[in-house]
Design a protein around this ligand. Sequence first.
Ligand code: 5AD
Ligand code: SF4
Length: 444
Amino acid sequence: MDAKTYIIKTFGCQMNEHDTQKIGGVLGGLGFEPARFEEEADFILFNTCTVREKAHQKAFSAIGRTVAKKRPISLIAVCGCMAQEEGAKLLSRFPEIDIIFGPDQIYRLPELLKTRNETGRPAIATELINSQEDYHFLDSVPAMRFHGPTAYVTIMKGCNSHCSYCIVPKVRGTEVYRPWRDIVREVQYLVEKGCREVTLLGQNVNSYGTGAEDGVRFGKLIRLISDNTDVERIRFTSPHPKDVDCDLIEEYATNPKLCSHIHLPLQSGSDMVLRRMRRAYNRKTYRAKIEKLRKVRPSIAISTDMIVGFCGETEAEFQSTLDFLQEIRFDYIYAFKYSPRPDTEAHQFPDDVPPGVKEKRLSELFTLQAKISHEINQSYVGRTEAVLVEGEDKLGKGRSQGRTETNKIANFSGNDVPIGVIVNVEIKKANANSLEGILCQKSR
Ligand code: 5AD
Ligand code: SF4
């Protein structure tokens, strides 16, 4: 069968977004071109997520809608974390699926397409690859990547933590670290294509290099990227609080390329809940790390992930979370209602916080955070911030949009500034989720 154009529907986190870029690269190598609309595509791929039940269902519904259209669609593939979790079972619900592959099997897509076309039967690949020797990081498929001022760079895969609520270790396997020379090479390649900022990606980035013979752990990796490439800004996501070590703090103290932001998932502000979640830190140790970060980089913005309504969460435990939020004062948060996931440790605990209570706690958390975020953003008014221009203001007001080093969206007057330039913007106004200002100097 001659499939020529493709479309990828992506769900979930940055890891999935980046996997979508890699899949695009693999397909580009096979002569496929991106389609603008699903209706035009010969090959439709669903890159799915399963972190919460809702994400899992969302992917199911999307596949269902496509299948129900009953057009002469050439091929349908389901990949990503939900595909990893469901595997061949997906076929009993959607026999129309042609290819199913997990996150570790992207490199085999050409072979899977060939098998599907030759046999006319579904091709399935959901093995996890957990060894350094056998894992394929797909570092050399840059052909189809969007060349903009910012880019993701994978540094590791999998997760060795045992958070009791989390399905990720099951669907993404154990940690494998990408060799640092390959990472440095890719960053420099991206810079030569016009990139000025990279975001290092992994499920638990700061456990990078644990046990590695060459001694290159996460802090050292950041240093190597800074010293051996011309990239100007380095970000990363997501780190685990337990692995914020002296080397990383030292980078924040001394490395101007490392942006003044850290997204450090907290999940709960109650020590009892944190213990049930097996997060391997408590309020005291989390607070100590934040204090160190703020000491060496006073301007640092801190964001986090929170879960409300975890198994057995009492009103008092939830109150501890609110108190801790007030104490730490995060710049922004992502917060979710706890969702039991199959084969996780917490799946055996009673999911005993009623849905209405989870809802109420989530909205209380957001209300408190909105106030804090607005206050922090307000403190930017009058300051001048270095902004990397990423495009036009999404509201289309003829303004430009970019990000401050602290990862805040800044919109500013004048859209004649080229994308990819770092400009100084004087902040005039603060919104809950963005800043507004005026250009004060064209380029730096
Ligand atoms: N229920 C709700 N939220 C979850 N997360 C991970 N697993 C679950 C779950 N079972 C959240 C965590 C994590 C983010 C990516 O998703 O906050 O940091
Ligand atoms: Fe979803 Fe987690 Fe997979 Fe990302 S790693 S796509 S959040 S399940």
